[in-house]
Design a binder for this molecule. Structure first.
Ligand SMILES: [Zn+2]
Length: 150
């Protein structure tokens, strides 16, 4: 595994998998990073990313898969329409609330498992980690799900 730092972004590289921590901005040239990995499908774990304003990628024809996309990053991905064509989101964090016990959490939503409802911008109900009752999305669906709308 290789570790490096691009601006305020820390990167760990293991084969065709990248794990990112920090901020993806103009100082973090992800394009150059992908050139080091080679072509094909690249999986990027963004659980530790807190901010993105530029993905900094040229057209490569590769499949960029984002996993465990952080809550704050989902909001920004949904506002940057150009990203929709460049990346595929495999899973993401979202704010949920439990009506039964009041618990709040940010579970990981698996996109493939809920593809049909996400395409209709309906968040799946997920079990509460505290009491097991079904939780609902605690924010406007547009904040997370616009990118999946078909
Ligand atoms: Zn609960």
């Amino acid at each position: 595994m290789t570790s490096l730092r691009l601006g305020r972004l820390d990167v760990e590289i293991a084969g065709a998998e990248l794990t990112l921590f920090g901020r993806i901005d103009d100082a973090a040239a992800l394009g150059g990073l992908l050139d080091r990995i080679g072509h094909g499908e690249v999986t990027i774990d963004t659980d530790g990313v807190s901010f993105v304003n530029s993905i900094g990628m040229r057209e490569r024809g590769d499949t960029i898969v984002l996993t465990r996309v952080a809550d704050v990053l989902m909001a920004q991905l949904n506002m940057i329409s150009e990203l929709k064509e460049k990346v595929r989101i495999a899973s993401f964090h979202a704010q949920y609330v439990c009506a039964a016990c009041g618990a709040e959490s940010a579970p990981v939503v698996d996109v493939a498992a809920h593809a049909a409802s996400l395409a209709k911008m309906v968040a799946p109900r997920l079990p509460c980690p505290e009491c097991g009752a079904p939780m609902d999305l605690g924010d406007f669906p547009e904040r997370y799900l616009l990118i999946f709308k078909t």
